[in-house]
Design a protein around this ligand. Structure first.
Ligand SMILES: *Cc1c(COP(=O)(O)O)cnc(C)c1O
Length: 379
């Protein structure tokens, strides 16, 4: 059997072991230490001035702390993009709050500003002002930030940017992760760079970052004994894993270029394939890291071939692909929560597929993918 081609495998630079070894040599085997500090510094310089990064155990933890910093409590409502990974929405429920799901728009696949405003007005009419909004940069594609930020200001809503998969993407030359009151990055094993598991919260001031770190390290008051005035969490990043992060930051720009090259490979491949569209930036305001390249398959134009047929054909060739996110409002666990919008995100799920997009795919891998696609579409 040929080796499996994964959707988005980890890709080490080679320098990670050096930083891990440093941690061992100095016995910083803890969720704090020089690698954590240096990783945060590198991330901050990358994101630009006035961004303060707290390294955490996961992107999910960053979203949770973002909601706590927003003051979200039991009984509150939080507006959340429906087309996303469940980790965007779960922390709303951790807080005892209710997610209100919002549909996406066709050009960015992210939260539709028109539906968002309608939803806000309807919630206000029902007598409930939402506390916060969670907007995602899906698969690396920036959301329509100008309009989203204007609405967050207009209705004074705390804005959380879920840039979990969008490190290195930009909108109007500003880096994703820096658009909200709080930004969220993930360093999970399948992301554009990884610490195996990990995440970061991006704050606008040092005070807010420090508050996030306070919550992430069990909310310890300033006292010689363990004293607590607030509920705490164990969400800080390990100094070992931050060593992986330091090695990965050195190759972030290379990884973006390689992911974008994979995207171009698919754009070129599908140029003349009827019924297949590759998800691409709507205009030059948007620069996606193309974490994952996604396509839409329209069976009415492919002679009846569906995205599921394609997924199974790739799987038979030992090539991993995955349907686009099933929207949260269609998930059994969120079935009773409010939803605003039409069927856009549902149709993305219906017809969309993510293709192997790793930065370490070889020419041989690309030949195998091409052959499998040739066989499928020529049948
Ligand atoms: C990966 C991801 C998360 C979760 O991040 P973890 O680090 O795995 O907890 C949240 N939102 C989106 C959009 C993601 O892609």
């Amino acid at each position: 059997m040929n080796k499996k081609i994964w959707l988005s495998p980890p890709h080490m630079s080679g320098n990670e072991m050096k930083y891990i070894q440093e941690a061992f040599n100095t016995n910083w085997i803890a969720p704090l230490g020089p690698n954590v500090n240096e990783f945060e510094n590198t991330l901050q310089s990358y994101l630009g001035a006035n961004n303060f990064a707290a390294a955490l155990s996961s992107g999910t933890a960053a979203i949770h702390l973002g909601l706590i910093l927003a003051g979200v409590k039991q009984g509150d409502e939080v507006l959340c993009q429906s087309f996303t990974f469940s980790a965007s929405a779960n922390p709303i429920v951790y807080q005892g709050a209710t997610p209100v799901f919002i549909d996406s728009e066709a050009d960015t696949w992210n939260m539709c500003p028109i539906v968002l405003e309608n939803a806000i007005l309807d919630r206000l009419k029902k007598g409930k002002k939402p506390k916060a909004i969670i907007v995602v940069d899906s698969y690396g594609m920036p959301a329509k930030w100008d309009q989203i930020i204007a609405l967050a200001k207009k209705y004074s809503l705390f804005l959380i940017e879920d840039a979990a998969s969008a490190l290195g993407s930009t909108y109007k030359n500003q880096k994703c992760g820096t658009f909200g009151d709080i930004g969220v990055l993930s360093l999970n094993g399948n992301k554009i760079i990884t610490t195996s598991g990990g995440g970061a919260l991006v704050a606008k001031t040092k005070e807010i970052k420090d508050k996030a770190v306070f919550f992430a390290t069990q909310s310890r008051d300033n006292a010689p004994h363990y004293q607590h005035s607030e509920i705490g969490y164990n969400y800080r990043m390990s100094n070992i894993l931050a060593g992986i992060g330091r090695g990965q930051m050195e190759v972030l720009n290379d990884h973006i270029a390689l992911r974008r090259a994979m995207h171009n490979f698919y754009v070129t491949y599908f140029k003349d394939t009827k019924g297949v569209t590759v998800f691409t930036e709507p205009n030059t305001d948007y620069f996606s890291n193309h974490w994952l390249t996604a396509i839409l398959v329209n069976p009415e134009e492919t002679g009846g071939k569906t995205r599921e047929d394609l997924r199974l054909a790739l799987d038979a060739a030992n090539i991993e692909s995955r349907p686009l996110w099933k929207p949260m409002h269609l998930q059994p666990i969120f079935a009773n929560d409010p939803y605003y919008g039409g069927a856009l995100s549902e149709s993305l799920f219906q017809n969309g597929l993510c293709l192997p997009s790793g930065s370490n795919l070889t020419n041989e891998d690309r030949d195998r993918i091409k052959l499998a696609l040739d066989n499928f579409f020529s049948e």
